[in-house]
Ligand binder design. Structure first.
Ligand code: CTP
Length: 408
């Protein structure tokens, strides 16, 4: 039997305060079976000690090119890596990488690596938006390096804005994506406007109760993040989503709650968009009346709920679609006595009239609130592609492949 070798990852850590989050990225990578060699810069060690990285990785930690001379580490590490992740990537690190410098072990490793490279920026907003950094990022991207979109949020001290390190789970997901598919993030959606809905709607019953569903919004966020990374201008229309999800700074977010609010936002935002993706889990029914006070227990037993049907947003968007606009739906299905998951998916595609439908099998702990997803991508043109099990980012990149292909 072929020996299973864990993927070799170099985790570069540059000298910014977000270096402490590299420990969490490292832990996630090692726990998911990667062999990680941490290569900090000298200044990164002002924030996290080498002992921490050595203990968490089980590997030695070096910063300079004059250590481990017999092993020629400044060449071997890059040559042997299957992925280089730099988190955080500071403005200085990206400037040195853009210039092709090799004045420490990390930059030397970048020059010898022939594998995918993921740089995850973290810096103050002014530094991120400075023309020098903008030019360096563009140059690095033109060489095929994936420079992840930073998040927007709390920075060091009282500052907030674009430049925050994305969450370690998101960095680990992109790392996994690039190992699964090194070509998963091409710049093929530049100039395209994309609208993605995410999360589950909540239909209020009274001031404290609602009818909701288990959607976390993870798939919708992955779609938005991957589209933004591929160059699209993205609007994320979100219903209720998990609190640990942070969109990239370049993504415009529109908040909604109920199906009616989501409908209004989607109709408004979709005008002029090239692609519309309905990944949100929309409640099919809502309480006919929202009671203004908390419904109390009474001796006469539980209240009877009277429901009415919500509009089908996807069908409405298909009806309003402009020439050339692509509309994508999602379907979470289980098989039953009338047919299997795929049978129900094909029927739903015909019923909804959208261009593409992602069909996920649900039940038995699949899809909802899970990091992974699988299914089929069905096209109105008869196309049918199986989506192998993998991260939600992998499913997102397969969907954007199909979209980019159809947009020509
Ligand atoms: N959808 C929508 N508006 C609704 C319900 C669903 O836009 N009121 C969209 C979802 O965002 C998804 C697609 O329609 O893209 C399919 O959702 P699903 O819940 O599977 O479809 P339903 O029409 O509710 O069919 P079912 O009877 O299987 O629940």
């Amino acid at each position: 039997m072929a020996e299973h070798r864990p993927p070799r990852v170099v985790l570069g850590v540059a000298g910014g305060i977000a270096a402490y989050k590299a420990c969490e990225v490292l832990r996630r990578l090692t726990e998911t079976g990667h062999q990680v060699r941490v290569v900090p810069t000298e200044s990164a060690l002002n924030f996290v000690g080498a002992a921490t990285f050595e203990a968490l990785s089980g590997q030695p930690v070096r910063t300079g090119v004059f250590e481990d001379i017999p092993e020629v580490a400044h060449v071997r590490l890059g040559q042997q890596a299957q992925l280089v992740v730099i988190a955080p990537a500071t403005a200085d690190l990206m400037a040195r990488a853009a210039q092709g410098r090799a004045d420490d072990l990390l930059t030397a490793t970048l020059l010898t690596a022939r594998c995918p490279v993921l740089m995850v920026p973290a810096m103050h907003t002014e530094m991120w938006l400075h023309p020098a950094t903008v030019a360096n990022v563009a140059l690095l991207r033109s060489r095929g390096i994936v420079v992840m979109e930073p998040a927007s949020g709390r920075l060091t001290g009282v500052d907030t804005g674009p430049g925050r390190l994305p969450e370690p789970a998101e960095i680990a997901e992109f790392a996994r994506l690039l190992l699964e598919r090194p070509d998963a993030l091409p710049q093929d959606l530049v100039g395209r406007r994309v609208v993605v809905s995410a999360g589950g709607t909540r239909e209020p019953l009274d001031p404290v109760r609602f009818l909701g569903n288990r959607s976390s919004g993870r798939q919708g966020y992955a779609l938005a993040r991957v589209a933004a990374q591929r160059g699209a201008e993205v609007t994320l229309v979100r219903a209720h989503t998990s609190e640990d999800l942070l969109p990239p700074a370049s993504v415009r977010v529109v908040d909604t709650g109920t199906a009616a609010q989501l409908r209004e936002a989607m109709v408004h935002e979709s005008a002029g968009a090239d692609v519309v993706v309905m990944a949100a889990a929309v409640a099919d029914f809502r309480p006919a009346d929202m009671v203004q006070h908390k419904i109390k227990k009474t001796d006469s037993g539980p209240p009877t709920l009277s429901l009415e049907t919500n509009p089908d947003i996807l069908v409405e968007l298909v009806g309003k679609r402009a020439e050339g606009q692509l509309i994508v739906g999602f379907a979470a299905e289980t098989g039953d006595e009338n047919g299997d998951v795929l049978h129900h998916g094909r029927a739903k595609l015909a019923r909804k009239g959208c261009d593409l439908l992602v069909v996920n099998a649900v039940g038995d702990g699949k899809a909802f609130e899970q990091p992974d997803n699988a299914g089929w991508l069905l096209g109105a043109d008869g196309g049918e592609v199986e989506l192998p099990p993998g991260s939600k980012a992998l499913l997102a990149s397969s969907l954007w492949d199909a979209v980019a292909h159809r947009l020509g």
